[in-house]
Structure formats: structure tokens, C-alpha cells
Design a protein around this ligand. Sequence first.
Ligand code: C5P
Length: 274
Amino acid sequence: MISYSSSKINLGLNVTDRREDGYHDLETLFVEVKDLTDIVEVCRVEESDQDVFEEFGIKVDCDARNNLCVKALNLMREEFGSEKIGATYIGLCKRVPMGAGMGGGSANAVEVVRLLNKVWGVGMSNRDMEVFVAKLGSDTSFFVNGGMAYATGRGEVLSPYAKDLGLQGKYLLLAKPDLGVSTAQAFSGISPMKWDKPLLSVLDQPIESWRNELKNDFETTVFEQIPYLGQLKKYMYDQGALYASMSGSGSTVYGLFDHKPDAEFEHYFRCVRL
Ligand code: C5P
């Protein structure tokens, strides 16, 4: 079975508190980007009892054992046993950049769980999957249903967000330089603090006002470490973006446009539709 796993951007991100378990509480709006995907294949291996994992596309900079697709398979087997989940082939064609703040790896893990559920007839509901995949990362649960969701907790407490923000059909320009910081590093630089105006009320205002009100708390420290990312954000506005921000803990910087931007710069970039 083959399917696509999507990606996401964050609209606003407030790190509100540091927790005792080493994570942080946050609030953010996840927005699925259906137009930028990886391809995931999962099927039974009939002729042997060995799993097979194959990678194509952008090189993933970690050992196959640490790839979230393989971790998802191992966790499913731990949960349901090897009688239920036999030898499995997983193919991953990677197109969403890594270390990007776009949730590509998390989305891969969720797609593997979804496909294993079908291929081996496990019978998990979407709600079961939301809870299960939270063990694989903080933004994984979002990819079970996708769309738009308001997230709290460490990112796994989700409420579907049904308001029309006028995003549909907008152009999303994505810039992802090679430079990056790890998620853990980005969190460690932050002094958590609740915003005066809650995220949801900022989102209620017209897109044009987001520029001054809708923040990503990671920008202050990450832009200090990598000033080029701040320049990319300015570039988005120079090109006429309605709103521009870093996504998650970076290093993707995105701009939302009414028109197709005529962008040319040397680093990875891509223009997709929302
Ligand atoms: O859970 P995930 O793999 O996305 O997180 C990677 C690291 O980022 C965690 O080990 C933790 O250090 C940090 N993190 C955090 N608070 C969150 C999410 C992640 O401190 N809400």
C-alpha cells in the first residue's frame, strides 16, 4: 500500500511553561500543507521474516534504526506483538526537508502506523492512533487527522480548528536553508511566558494584522544564532507577503501570499498552495 504523508506549518507559537518531564507546554495552530508530501509504502514481506526499510529522495541524516518510520514499526510490534505484525517492507521517498519545523518525520511515522494498521488488520481507530503516535514525538498526533488544529500541552493536545482564516488557495513560499538548530536546542534557549493576548484571539483578526501580533517565540533566539533566517523573513515581506514567520523551531521560514511570488534565491525553496 502506498500513500502520501503531508507536512505542516505553525501559525503562531507561544511556549508557555517549562515542565517537570523536560518538555515545554506550548500553544500553536498547526496547518497541514497537503501540497508538500513524502511518499510512504508499507507491505507484508512474504518470503522472509526480515523487515526491509528502503529510502529514496532527500538523504535522511540519521541511521536507518533511528528513522521515525522504523521506530513506528518497532513500537507497533511492541504494542501488538510479532504474531499480529509480521515481517514488513517500508519504503520512504523523502521530499519534505528535515530539521525544517515542518513535521515531515512525524508525518512519516503516522503514515507508517496508519498503513500498518490496514496492512496487518490491527483495527485501531483514529483516536487510538492519536494517542499511540504521541509516543513517537510531540507533533505526531496532529497528522492523524491533519487539516487545522489548535494544539496545547507539548503539542499533542489537539482541538480541531474550524474557523475559515482565508488561507485556502493562498501561496505558501517556503525557504529552508541548510543551516538549522535542533528542536531540543531551540527549546533550551527559550524563557517560557504566556502572551498578553492569547493566540486564538490574535488569529481572529485579519491576516494583515498578524505581522505585528502573531509571533513565533523561537524566532528571537534562533534568529540571534542564525541572522540569515531573519533576513529571509524580511525578504518574504519585501516580496509582498501578507504574513511571514519561521515554522516551529525552524529552520524553514515561510511567507503567505495572495499572488504567486516571483522568488529567486539560492537556498532550498518551494512555492505551494494551501
Ligand atoms: O517530541 P519531539 O521529538 O518533537 O521533541 C524533541 C525535543 O524537543 C524533546 O526531546 C524536548 O527536548 C524538546 N521539546 C520540548 N517541548 C515540547 C516539544 C519538544 O521541550 N513541547
